[in-house]
Design a protein around this ligand. Structure first.
Ligand code: APR
Length: 224
């Protein structure tokens, strides 16, 4: 069986990383227009760097949880094809042992230059005045896909959704497109769809409600 998995902030919640839309979530604390849009970066790059420096430090201090470890075990031992796509920008999937992780919204541990597009491993703390290692412009930014920008791997993800047998959504509210549309894409191609989340939505053939560290290992065990 070919499985495509999409994860969201909920899979890292029990590692202590904030989600976006739960009570007390990141978008309650920070206006997303100011810290997660190109316009916000142009207006106040220092504030944007402050926001991502804090998230980079939190992610570095966090540990992968049982859900991350279970997905890595699935990738290692499942006889079929497993593709892990994540909306998350932390590296807990990799640190939990997943080898292939498609970060469609970018990654905290990577930096890019707003002037020339060069990419490099992000230092723990970035400043707006840091010169780009390639073109020297003081235009360095986190390599994160902001609202209004195009997520990565979209064509490749569409191909995988068109040929998978099972699409599994874990720890995402399904409110941000294009990721929120993946379940409909998978259904259009007659894949089965499963949601593992604290809250259940109606779009899936099957939904299991619970904490990721409980229901993800249970699901992986049922497959192996
Ligand atoms: N176990 C399982 N699910 C959980 C847990 C948990 N311990 N804690 C929270 N959740 C669920 C919530 O019920 C919610 O449905 O995780 C989901 C988190 O939803 P959001 O905060 O909206 O995060 P996400 O869906 O990843 O956001 C998508 O929005 O702001 C953009 O780019 C950002 O990638 C992000 C995208």
């Amino acid at each position: 069986m070919k499985i495509v998995i999409l994860t969201g902030a909920g899979i890292s919640a029990e590692s202590g990383l904030g989600t976006f839309r739960d009570a007390g979530g990141l978008w309650e604390k920070y206006p997303l227009e100011q810290v997660a849009t190109p316009e916000g970066f142009a207006a106040n790059p220092a504030l944007v760097h402050e926001f991502y420096n804090a998230r980079r430090a939190q992610a570095a201090a966090a540990k992968p949880n049982a859900a991350h470890l279970a997905l890595a075990r699935l990738e290692r031992t499942y006889p079929g094809e497993v593709l892990l796509v994540t909306q998350n920008v932390d590296d807990l999937h990799e640190r939990g042992g997943s080898q292939t992780v498609w970060h469609m919204h970018g990654a905290l541990n990577r930096a890019t230059c707003a002037a020339c597009g060069h990419k490099w491993p992000a230092p723990m703390q970035m400043q707006a005045t840091d010169p780009c290692p390639a073109c020297q412009a003081p235009a360095t930014r986190p390599d994160i896909v902001w609202f209004g920008e195009t997520p990565h791997f979209m064509n490749a993800i569409a191909q995988k959704l068109a040929t998978c047998d099972l699409f599994v959504s874990i720890g995402t509210s399904g409110t941000v497109y294009p990721a929120a549309g993946f379940v409909h894409e998978a259904k259009r191609h007659r894949a089965d769809t499963l949601e593992l989340n604290l809250e259940s939505s109606r779009a899936f053939d099957e939904t299991r409600a619970g904490k990721a560290t409980d229901i993800v290992p249970d699901w992986v065990n049922s497959l192996l």
